[in-house]
Design a protein around this ligand. Sequence first.
Ligand code: ATP
Ligand code: MN
Ligand code: MN
Length: 301
Amino acid sequence: AEVVVEAPAPTPKVESRIKVTNRDRVIFPEGKITKGQLADYYAAIAGIMLPWAGHRPISLVRCPQGRARQCFFQKHDAGSFGDTVHQVPIREKDGSTENYLYVEDADGLVACVQMGTIEFHGWGSRVDALERPDRMVFDLDPDEGLGFEETKRAAVHLKEQLAELGLVSFPLLSGGKGVHVVVPLTPRAEWPAVRDFAERFARALAHADPERFVAVMSKAKRKGRIFIDYLRNQRGATAIMPYAARARAGAPVAAPVSWTELRDLDSAAHWHVGDAEALIARANGRSLKGWGVADQVLPDL
Ligand code: ATP
Ligand code: MN
Ligand code: MN
């Protein structure tokens, strides 16, 4: 596979013009992080987040009263987010059409926060090529007892096995428990082919090392193992977007890292919403140069 080394041009930092109400409302009780701080975080990191999260259908985790109260996962909206949160009609399996949400600028992100959003999840394809994913994601979900060391080793194993197939991949700390192994794709193959590849790959790894990996969702079968969640790669599925905040204790964020950096990290929740400046510096620094970028298509399995 031919690897392109330039990252997408970073969008300049933009101040949001969206009015955020109740700025002092505490959204993260542990550490007392407010809605205003969360909005400022997204306004600040918009330039580094939008190349990954903009122009693709998104689902939101909204927790209007804060992360400790009721949260809900939202895919559609009738227009209450205002005109910075756009709609794209998508054909559903049953033949009907539903409008999905997407954003393209800092105002769009902040408008979502104004409506109580904490997390941004997104499709693996962009609104201009909905049927052709530009990203495949393996979400590594360790069983309760397993530590981050095992998860890291699993991620490196996936990287090596993908490399055997000629595919370059990059690690994303989920901000929660796991690591996502992200495989950039030239948007050519359609969803069924990408899903099929992801499933076959995950099953092959689980078959080769059944003590360590499992490729089925069932919690019972996960005992002491890592679930290679390949189901992020079907049409309509989402994964957490790089730099999105998580509705978890301490306001951690999903963060791209290099394979070298991953070795020395001891948690998938290393950065949080107070780290906007550090994340921007990192995004423009050496270790993340080329992160998430490769002009490559799936080989035949
Ligand atoms: P962790 O590292 O802690 O596993 P994660 O983001 O990978 O964090 P998962 O529970 O493994 O969390 O979820 C994987 C993905 O499934 C999420 O990123 C999200 O896009 C999708 N997802 C989560 N909750 C829902 C939901 N209620 N409805 C639909 N999709 C969901
Ligand atoms: Mn996960
Ligand atoms: Mn999962």
